[in-house]
Structures are given as C-alpha cells and as structure tokens.
Design a protein. Structure first.
Length: 112
C-alpha cells in the first residue's frame, strides 16, 4: 500500500467504523484519539503489542527525584512519599551515587 493510499484511508476512517472494537481497544482509541489510533493500527498492523506496567515507565524518573530530594537521612520520608521500602530508597541512592562517581571518572574536564 502506498503512503498516499494510507493517508487517504486515514482521512476516511470515522468513529462509527470502530464501534465494534473490543473494550480495551475502545479505551486506547479514547486515550490516543482517532487519528493516532488509526496511525498506530497502520504501524502495528495486527502484531501483538506489549504495554509495560506504569512502574516500569516512571521508575527512572522516580529514581532521579529520589536522588535530588535525598538529604542524607530522609529514607523513611522518601519511602512513604514514593510508596516504596526504605531499603529500596537506599538501593536507589547508592546506585545514583555510583553513577555520579562513574561519570566523574571519565569527565574530560578533570584531565584538561
């Protein structure tokens, strides 16, 4: 199918054409909008799509926030705020500190 044909079809799709979709796909349609949903259908074209859990998507951002908000002893406060264990806060802080040390090890400005 040519790109022109795809564009023509995308413009022709109407909401009533999609009323028989399963409930989960109806929700995806609602969240993405008609144009993006149709484009996604063209792109995925019948393949299986895995949608990860939200925690998998937001955990890197949460970890950065934890590292920024950490003041040297507020493990319990951060654990409660982000609904994780104190032990997990410690692991995140240790990992983030390790990353910072590794970055400095290879910082070209240190060798100028």
């Amino acid at each position: 199918m040519t790109e022109d044909t795809k564009k023509q079809l995308m413009l022709e799709v109407k909401p009533e054409d999609l009323k028989d979709l399963p409930e989960q796909l109806q929700e995806v349609l609602r969240l993405t909008g008609l144009e993006n949903f149709v484009e996604l259908c063209f792109y995925m074209s019948g393949t299986t799509l895995y949608i990860p859990k939200l925690d998998r998507i937001v955990s890197p951002a949460r970890d950065r926030l934890l590292a920024r908000e950490f003041n040297g002893g507020n493990y319990a406060e951060l654990a409660k705020k982000y609904d994780i264990t104190e032990n997990w806060v410690r692991q995140v802080i240790n990992r983030e500190n390790w990353k910072k040390r590794q970055m400095r090890l290879f910082d070209p400005e240190d060798y100028a």
